[in-house]
Design a protein around this ligand. Structure first.
Ligand code: AMP
Length: 402
């Protein structure tokens, strides 16, 4: 993924109407935002445009409204949060059809440095189908377009891709730039040794990433629930551990592929097993390929923690996606914590560490270590697709990358 010269630093937007696609898809409960990380992440780009004296028109989706507008998916709470954070009024254009009379009037009344937020782009059914009518309507509001919604850039929607067919002055925002640079560090600009740690529940959802990483890494660590598919595939006993019986051959093939490519593949040799899928169940440490009947592997064991941590400590580039165990239960967080500790140590010693793609972000936040690693991605699916080596439509629309 290249950036070319298309970042917002290449331009002064004074007096221009700039449509900015943000990722304001924040978690909400009863109309209240429960985590403002995504809003905070969008602020530097908005602030730069405000400082330039641009007329800043923000848009985003929120949630998954099924049949058009739904009050619970309104972006009104985001407008209020943004106003507080920017210290200036963010006018909310509350049109169910997004580019309606309110939006047009609000934009017409803007002075340089003003900020308007449009209603949830997914209130328009055309949005997710990337239909030209809505792309054109969005574009009609603006002279320039800035995409800062990394979390949505793996989707070719009107507000992430289609709109660039109608606005020619385009750029990526600061958040997008940071995310693209982070992905480049682990895919293209690799300092060796490169160690990737993949965890989570299923191997089936990680196949393409593992395949792509096998062409990049020196060491691939596989933990979490997918361990037991690998153990069963080689004839081990796994009790009632989570397993994907349709992927046993695939697991064996991945082991072979790693060998052929000279990649060191580390699997969990011991596990902390429980007799029930709950925090307070009885536990025992056992070999991951010899788990008794009625027990299931729920975290990596102490020998594995040491082995994984050793590999991580010596790395110069680190990617972590997916927890090593059922980290939601406090009695099964030790494995994920050992990984996080080793990543923090390696980072302090100069390694580049990228954490991303869902639950490993929840992990690093739960451990309060987010500021001790190089970068925590804001993109879930988008980051995973980027690491799979796929073209992300929202980025390609701006950079022309294929
Ligand atoms: P994923 O979305 O595939 O990254 O999976 C994340 C989920 O994997 C978390 O909710 C973890 O609780 C779960 N997980 C990790 N290790 C295990 C395990 N050994 N058994 C069952 N679930 C696990």
């Amino acid at each position: 993924m290249g950036l070319g010269k298309k970042t917002i630093d290449d331009e002064n937007y004074c007096g221009k109407k700039v449509l900015v696609r943000c990722d304001f898809n924040v978690p909400m409960k009863d109309g209240v935002i429960t985590n403002e990380n995504r809003i905070n992440a969008a602020l530097p780009t908005i602030q730069k445009l405000v400082n330039d004296g641009a007329k800043v028109i923000l848009c985003s989706h929120l949630g998954k409204p099924k049949n058009g507008p739904e009050a619970k998916f309104s972006l009104a709470p985001v407008a209020a949060a943004l106003s507080a954070k920017l210290g200036k009024t963010v006018v909310f254009a509350d049109d169910d059809n997004v580019v309606g009379e309110n939006a047009k009037a609000a934009v017409a009344a803007m002075n340089n440095g003003d900020v308007v937020l449009l209603q949830n782009t997914r209130f328009r059914k055309e949005e997710t189908k990337n239909m030209p009518e809505f792309s054109e309507e969005l574009a009609s509001l603006a002279d320039a377009y800035v995409d800062d919604a990394f979390g949505s850039c793996h989707r070719a929607h009107c507000s992430t891709a289609g709109v660039t067919n109608y606005v020619k002055d385009t750029a990526v925002g600061y958040l997008m730039e940071k995310e693209i640079n982070a992905v480049n560090k682990v895919l293209n600009d690799i300092q060796r040794p490169f160690v990737a740690i993949m965890g989570g529940s299923k191997v089936s959802s990680k196949i393409e990433i593992i395949e792509n990483l096998l062409t990049k890494v020196d060491t691939l660590i596989l933990g979490g629930g997918m361990t037991y598919t690998f153990m069963k595939a080689k004839g081990g006993k796994i009790g009632k551990s989570i397993v994907e019986n349709d992927f046993l051959d695939l697991a064996n093939n991945l082991v072979k592929e790693a060998e052929e490519k000279g990649v060191k593949l580390l699997l969990a040799e011991d596990s902390k097993a429980g007799d029930d899928f709950s925090n307070d169940c009885n536990t025992q440490i056992c070999p991951s390929d010899n788990i008794p009947e009625g027990w299931e592997g729920m975290d990596i064991g102490p020998k594995t923690m040491e082995k994984f941590a050793d590999a991580i400590r010596n790395a110069k580039t680190i990617l972590w996606n997916g927890p090593a165990g059922v980290f939601e239960f406090d009695n099964f967080t030790a494995g994920s914590r050992a990984i996080a500790d080793a990543i923090v140590e390696a980072t302090a010693n100069g390694a580049y560490s990228l954490i991303g793609g869902g639950d490993s972000v929840a992990c690093i936040n739960k451990f309060g270590m987010a500021d001790k690693v190089s970068y925590v991605s804001t993109g879930g699916g988008a980051l995973l697709e980027a690491i799979e080596g796929k073209t992300l439509p929202g980025i390609a629309a701006i950079t022309g990358d294929k």
